[in-house]
Design a binder for this molecule. Structure first.
Ligand code: AR6
Length: 170
């Protein structure tokens, strides 16, 4: 069975086929992990994002995902997904689980064998990490995603403890 692995560190350093970016609907960069990924990937990533056609200014609606090349990252692809803003968007659980599912589906349809996730929505979007960990692990454990090796790149010790506990006692 393909694993879920937890890494403490910077997702821009991940040696995987696809790195997932916790983006916003404009998909032109931002703060947090989005900023870090764009800085590490360089201007090619921004160019690739601009090529994704916006509809009414929205390149990626909340809960969906888009795939681009990865510029200077070691990864082949960046999968940009937009998680919910916890206290603002309706049905944040469904939107967060869609963000994970759509990212995993894109990775599979592009022949990826490995994927690295940050803690989507757990920064400025305010999702409680414990709840986010449960959702992310339950989606990643679905049989349709068994072929992918899933990595969670988490920054803080506290986040590592939360995800580890959920993995051990879902
Ligand atoms: N590697 C791994 N995790 C990281 C890194 C990194 N280099 N940098 C930050 N984190 P956030 P969100 C963690 O705020 O809540 C952006 O401006 C961070 O500690 O990046 O989905 C976008 O453009 C946190 O646990 O994403 C959007 O507007 C987690 O990544 C908005 O923020 C996610 O925090 C998205 O907000």
């Amino acid at each position: 069975m393909a694993d879920i692995k937890i890494i403490q560190g910077d997702i821009t350093q991940a040696s995987v086929d696809a790195v997932v970016n916790a983006a916003n609907f404009r998909m032109l960069g931002g703060g947090g992990v989005d900023g870090a990924i764009h800085r590490a990937a360089g201007p090619k990533l921004l160019e690739a994002c601009k090529k994704v056609k916006p509809e009414n200014g929205i390149r990626c609606p909340t809960g969906e995902a888009r795939i681009t090349e990865a510029g200077n990252l070691k990864a082949k692809y960046v999968i940009h997904t937009v998680g919910p803003r916890y206290n603002i968007d309706k049905n944040p659980e469904n939107l967060l689980s869609s963000a994970y599912m759509n990212s995993l589906d894109l990775a599979l349809s592009h022949g990826c064998e490995s994927i690295a996730f940050p803690a989507i929505s757990c920064g400025v979007f305010g999702y409680p990490p414990q709840e986010a960990a449960k959702i992310s692990v339950s989606v990643c454990r679905r049989p349709e995603y068994e072929a992918l090796i899933k990595y969670f790149y988490l920054f803080r010790e506290e986040m590592i403890d939360i995800w580890t506990a959920v993995l051990e006692h879902p």
